[in-house]
Design a protein around this ligand. Structure first.
Ligand code: EPU
Length: 302
């Protein structure tokens, strides 16, 4: 969606937002899929309520983009503008065992930054791509760690109340790849309470997780991590693998040969290719196991 009304553009500029016109979301998503739209980068959290009021007033549909690593975006011109937080410098501030982290901070860098200051707990999350805000939104987890376990408080833009609020960790429910935030809430910052641990010990934990990940997941390929949530007590990857579906392709969308719950863009896959592959695999798993796999990735259909 293109913003062309000079008055709106000027009001956005007053709020510190300069639209980047026609940005292909394929350049901002780890799957490298997604059509073009105007991108609004937000510099100051405080201006968010006014920016959203302005967009709503002019009936401009919008979506919030984090790191784009767990997301499948539709092809062609997109019917909404995209908002993304600009990363402040510094994006992590430490205060004893507390790490105050901006939602736009890179998750992996945050894990290693905290490790260098003898703050651990997050080792399992190393290698999970994306931002801290994105990880928080869906309670990202790996190797027995989930980010929600360390949340002291969260600064969030509450879409329904139309205001920025600070929530304590115990006011939020963190479940398997799910949180109690409303769909349009926008994560702004989080304070993590991390256990003290010597750097060497943390680094050893990080190395072990890195090795496990390298051994079982496709690294360096265009993917959005696991496509489906694991059904209770079982692994979606194992089920897909058992059906012999590794390598199954629709266009350039392909079930990874390394981990069957990762679907990779092996070239110039479209969203349509990827969605067809997802529904083919879901159908085959349902037929064989009677289990309907739920998406783990977020889909923004155009
Ligand atoms: N397996 C297979 N074939 C495969 C993939 C897995 O047989 O192609 C088997 C493995 O051998 C293992 C079992 O299935 O016995 C479980 O596999 P794995 O340890 O790789 O874990 P997973 O359940 O497939 C989950 C998370 C990953 C996370 C890993 C490590 C989900 C949907 N997936 O995968 O998270 O990295 O555990 O903790 O919860 C993600 O969220 O995007 C993600 C990749």
């Amino acid at each position: 969606m293109r913003l062309s009304d000079a008055k709106i553009l000027q009001e956005l500029a007053t709020l510190g937002v300069e639209p980047q016109p026609g940005v292909a979301l394929s350049t901002l998503t780890s799957l490298a899929i997604g059509g073009p739209t105007d991108l609004l980068r937000i510099i100051k959290h405080d201006s968010i309520p006014a920016i959203l009021d302005l967009l709503d007033q002019h009936q401009i549909p919008h979506k919030f983009l984090g790191g784009g690593s767990n997301l499948l975006v539709g092809d062609g011109e997109l019917p909404w503008v995209v908002l993304q937080l600009a990363k402040p410098d510094p994006d992590v501030i430490l205060e004893g065992n507390l790490a105050h982290v901006d939602a736009a901070a890179d998750l992996g860098r945050t894990v290693t930054f905290c490790a260098k200051h003898d703050l651990g707990g997050l080792e399992g999350l190393i290698g999970v791509p994306g931002t801290v805000g994105g990880a928080l939104r869906m309670n990202a987890g790996a190797y027995g760690t989930q980010i929600g376990s360390y949340v002291e408080e969260v600064k969030v833009y509450r879409a329904v109340e139309r205001k920025i609020e600070i929530l304590r960790g115990d006011q939020i429910s963190f479940e398997y790849r799910h949180t109690s935030f409303a769909p349009d809430d926008m994560m702004l910052a989080v304070t993590l309470n991390l256990p003290s641990k010597p750097y060497r010990e943390i680094i050893q934990g990080i190395r072990i997780c890195n090795e496990k990940r390298r051994a079982s997941q496709p690294m360096g390929q265009k993917s959005a991590g696991c496509i489906f949530k694991n059904p209770p007590g079982t692994s979606a990857g194992r089920m897909i693998d058992e059906l012999g579906l590794k390598g199954l392709s629709v266009g350039d969308a392909r079930v990874s040969d390394r981990h069957a719950n990762f679907f990779v863009n092996a070239g110039r896959a479209s969203a349509r290719d990827m969605l067809t592959l997802i529904s083919n695999v879901r159908e085959r798993v349902e037929k064989a196991y009677g289990v309907k796999l739920e998406n783990e990735i977020v889909v923004w259909s155009a």
